[in-house]
Design a protein around this ligand. Structure first.
Ligand code: ATP
Length: 241
């Protein structure tokens, strides 16, 4: 695999999307700074210089896009488990793509589709992890955030990236072979909201119920008076009720 390294770039996802034709599954782009880091739906990922991770992995998923709906859940599980291996405690996942530490946002995942055919789907999987954010840098983030600076020993950034790269490749292959079967248990173990009351917003609609984890397609299961229903789609946001 190849690693593209930037001191300064607009967005590691944008770079990978722009070079997708030359990439192979597992190629990765890493930057020290992003001038236009991206979140979902046009939101920003605040990406200052410092000891942070901004990276994007290219992946050719050998199935059509309808089978790719669980991708962000696989990536979330992989990142949380690698961070746990480095000794980070207090981690949790929020469906479909957020990683929290002590109930504040530590990391984000943004998956963008580069190309899709009936045989395969080319994806760029971006992730940002706050390692040591100064209060001044953090002021730009418009929701509660966390970083790894509370750890007794800060993980080595290169070691963390190498481990993330290996585990993501392994888990994406597993997902491609067996779907989400193994990941549902892993996800539910990390899910911050499981068995708690939550509201799903699908603008302009909202529905409140008890979160019952994910199904085999990666949809979130919500129990309401009508029973358990599955919700899926990129436009859904989950909040504690
Ligand atoms: P959703 O629940 O719909 O995913 P979200 O607020 O988590 O909502 P994302 O698109 O996943 O949205 O992430 C972008 C948001 O993350 C930004 O709008 C901002 O609130 C927050 N954010 C941006 N940069 C950082 C950062 N470095 N650390 C923590 N949070 C950040």
């Amino acid at each position: 695999n190849r690693c593209f390294y930037f001191d300064d770039t607009n967005s590691t996802n944008a770079f990978m999307l722009g070079h997708a034709a030359e990439l192979k599954s597992g190629d990765i782009c890493v930057a020290e700074y992003q001038s236009a880091g991206r979140g979902r739906r046009g939101r920003k990922w605040i990406s200052p210089y410092g000891h942070h991770i901004y990276a994007s992995l290219f992946w050719r998923f050998n199935q059509d896009i309808t089978k790719a709906s669980g991708f962000s859940l696989v990536v979330g599980c992989a990142i949380v488990e690698v961070l746990k291996d480095f000794g980070v405690e207090g981690l949790g996942l929020k469906w479909p793509n957020d990683i929290y530490l002590d109930h504040k946002k530590l990391a984000g995942i943004l998956i963008e589709v580069s190309q899709t055919t009936s045989q395969y789907t080319d994806l760029v999987i971006g992730f940002g992890i706050n390692m040591s954010m100064s209060a001044e840098q953090g002021e730009l983030i418009d929701q509660p955030w966390s970083d790894l600076s509370t750890m007794a020993r800060m993980p080595d950034k290169t070691a963390l990236l190498i481990k993330l790269h290996a585990q993501l490749k392994r888990d994406l292959q597993l997902f491609e072979k067996h779907g989400l079967s193994e990941f549902a248990t892993r996800w539910n173990a990390h899910d911050l909201f499981i068995n708690r009351e939550v509201t799903l917003t699908m603008s302009p609609n909202a529905v409140t119920g008890i979160c019952r984890g994910i199904d085999s397609q990666g949809a979130i299961l919500l129990e309401t008076e009508q029973g358990i229903s599955a919700f899926v789609g990129g436009e859904i946001s989950l909040r504690a009720a």
